[in-house]
Write a protein that binds this ligand. Structure first.
Ligand code: FE2
Ligand code: FE2
Length: 247
């Protein structure tokens, strides 16, 4: 199974790189992925025109199973009222022996976020019902601080409760965005992958637009970072080196 994970498009007038998004989508279509997961910040400010722009690009993805979630930027300027008009509410996607769920963590006009008690109860039930499957949970915000990203103040409020639920339910893969910095962590048997920004100039520590390519075979995860229009990098490369990545 091939999963492509992209995040933080930031469609808008400022800091948005349309050429990068167009090229990334061309590359993704050539990969013919089984699933595409988009972890939010589709827009820069949640404006109507920005949602239209994001929709125009994301409609170019040729994949039957696409899950598109929102981020904190999409909930700005009452953008939360628009998100479901342009993108179907993402909840649960199934493919063969795998499930992908999306947790909505953004809250209106806040940079931080939370999963919340009720959503976490819902998640636990879904994970329990799909115990034997390859379980993927996607969300916009990160749960654990990521290096080279400056002052930390936007990990989800209920990170402790969420991490416990994910690891206790043996979630195989967690996909996050928000920090604009690719990163990889392992907690028990759970792999947590952060995607960089696919088309924003607002880089942190990793100064190139990128997305993640994840191959899964018999629950074994092989994840790589794809620089848009550039190299495919091993996560080990950025985990080991303290130098910022500048192509
Ligand atoms: Fe972002
Ligand atoms: Fe964000």
């Amino acid at each position: 199974m091939l999963i492509v994970h992209l995040s933080d498009l930031h469609c808008g007038k400022k800091w948005f790189s349309p050429g990068s998004l167009a090229l990334a989508i061309e590359e993704i279509n050539e990969l013919k992925p089984d699933m595409v997961v988009v972890t939010g910040d589709l827009t820069e400010n949640g404006f109507l025109k920005e949602y239209e722009l994001a929709k125009e690009y994301l409609d170019r993805i040729k994949c039957k199973r696409v899950i598109i979630g929102t981020g904190n930027h999409d909930y700005r300027s009452t953008g939360y009222l628009l998100s479901q008009r342009y993108f179907k509410r993402p909840e649960l996607l199934k493919h063969k022996n795998a499930i992908v769920t999306y947790l909505s963590t953004a809250r209106p006009d806040k940079d931080g976020g939370e999963v919340g008690f009720r959503q976490l109860q819902w998640l636990k039930r879904i994970l329990d019902e799909n115990r034997e499957k390859f379980k993927v949970v996607a969300l916009h915000h990160h749960m654990i601080p990521i290096p080279d990203t400056g002052l930390e103040r936007t990990t989800i409020n209920d990170a402790g409760d969420v991490i416990r639920a994910l690891t206790q339910s043996n979630v195989d893969l967690v996909l996050c965005g928000h920090r604009h910095r690719p990163w990889c962590l392992h907690l028990d048997s759970t792999t947590i992958l952060n995607a960089g920004t696919v088309s924003s100039e607002k880089f942190r520590g990793f100064f190139a637009n990128s997305y993640n390519i994840i191959k899964v075979r018999k629950k074994k995860i092989d994840a790589k970072i794809k620089v848009v229009g550039g190299d495919t990098l091993d996560f080990k490369k950025i985990l080991k080196e303290n130098e910022p990545f500048i192509p």
